[in-house]
Design a protein around this ligand. Structure first.
Ligand code: GLU
Length: 410
């Protein structure tokens, strides 16, 4: 199913719970603006290459458009639109005053030099500058973009507009006006939601086992936090391989090796203290654990592997890691799915704190960020869980319904 169709399906379900008319649903499903531009870049060898860029501004009913920009070969209008729409839902779920947007450039960043990537970042701002700004549309990092790219975009925006405007983009480095804790916010927020869910279920994290798909920024941070909290991380995977150790993996040791450039299929991970055995990367989905955390890419749990899932909780740190068919199958089995629009909303929540910080000229402390993030995520979980209980629906249906209600009332 195309990404935007999946979004539509979720909206239709939520709209049915809310009793919305077809007309209201159609309005809520229509993006405000789809911007497209070809970006022509001079490559290091002097040749010119063109990359298609997108910015979809989905809704600003609750505040300025907000959402990341990804550099990925598969970025296209359908995907960027779905992700923009999900941003509007996400911001409404955590009740921050932003709308939803997303950007993308169809490029494989692994094939370009840093210099060429910087040129793409500048060209992106040049193409869409009139639609961007602290009160208008505020981008952030997403897949394969980072604080450095945000800094380049900010410099280009300030150069063109002749203004000082750090609040036009979030996820910047600290020296460019970024906020402490933005880099770990997505996972920190997800673990705060998990913590609230487990409290509801009267379960203690120290008695539970976890498997985590992905060792990028989000997966690595989630693994570290969970092992620090006393959970047993029994399985981890990256794009090349998976490790499993029922006695618990030494997360720090694994991540140190990863930082040194190793992949989980390298032979040195084959033995203790890393694992009992190595597996193919995709086998992570079916490994025995109480909690499964997809923290990598879209569509990882599908009809062909959903039967193998053994976890009773799936925490969606990635965007869209479960296909609609697999989602239904898990719901039938009463597996609790913490949906992406709640689980990974910590990233944009701390982006909001960064935006506030830039606009007030203050510098937030690490403690203030952590406290406000936890409070925001706990409140959001409470709202979603209460709605789900009240209406006897899934957390995903509840999150969408709650968010659509807030957007529609704005
Ligand atoms: N790209 C992140 C997301 O998907 C963060 C967006 C933001 O901070 O604006 O939620």
């Amino acid at each position: 199913m195309a990404a935007f169709d999946y979004f539509k399906m979720n909206v239709h379900r939520a709209a049915a719970l809310l009793g919305y008319s077809q007309e209201t649903v159609d309005r809520l499903l229509t993006p405000d603006r789809v911007l497209k531009a070809p970006l022509s870049i001079t490559m290091d060898d002097g040749s010119t290459q063109t990359f298609q860029a997108y910015r979809v501004q989905f809704s600003n009913a609750r505040g300025p458009y907000k959402g990341g920009i990804r550099f990925h070969p598969d970025a296209d209008e359908d995907e960027v639109s779905a992700l923009a729409a999900m941003m509007a839902i996400k911001c409404a779920v955590v009740d921050i005053p932003f709308g939803g947007a997303k950007g993308g450039v169809a490029v494989d960043p692994k094939k370009l030099s840093l210099n060429e990537l910087d040129a793409i970042a500048r060209a992106y701002v040049q193409a869409f500058v009139e639609h961007l700004g602290p009160e208008l549309d505020v981008p952030a990092p997403d897949v394969y973009t980072n604080s450095h790219i945000m800094g380049v975009m900010l410099e280009e925006y300030e150069r063109i507009t002749g203004t000082k405007a750090p609040a036009m983009i979030t996820g910047k480095s600290l020296d460019m006006g970024g906020i402490v804790g933005r880099d770990t916010a997505t996972s920190d927020g997800a673990i705060a939601v998990l913590d609230a869910l487990l409290a509801d279920q009267h379960r203690d994290i120290t008695n539970l086992t976890v498997s985590i798909q992905g060792t990028g920024n989000a997966g690595a941070r989630a693994a570290t936090l969970l092992s620090d909290l006393g959970a047993k991380v029994v399985a981890m995977s990256d794009s090349k391989g998976a490790l499993r150790n029922p006695e618990g993996i030494d997360v720090q040791k694994v991540l140190e090796k990863k930082d040194a450039g190793k992949s989980l299929n390298d032979t040195e991970f084959a033995d203790e203290p890393f694992s009992h055995a190595q597996y193919d990367a995709e086998e992570i989905i079916g490994m025995s654990a109480d909690i499964l955390i997809p923290a990598a890419l879209e569509e990882q749990i599908r009809l062909d592997n959903v039967e193998s899932v053994k976890a009773s909780i799936v925490l969606e740190i990635a965007n869209g890691p479960i296909t609609p068919e697999a989602d239904e199958s898990l719901a039938e089995r009463r597996v609790v799915i913490v949906p992406d629009v709640l689980a990974n909303a910590g990233g944009v929540t701390v982006s909001y704190f960064e935006w506030l910080q830039n606009r007030s000229g203050e510098t937030w402390t690490k403690e203030r960020v952590a406290e406000r993030l936890e409070e925001t995520m706990h409140d959001a979980y409470r709202d979603v869980a209460d709605f789900a209980l009240d209406r006897n629906c899934t957390l995903r249906e509840a999150a969408y319904a709650l968010a659509l209600g807030r957007i529609n009332d704005a």
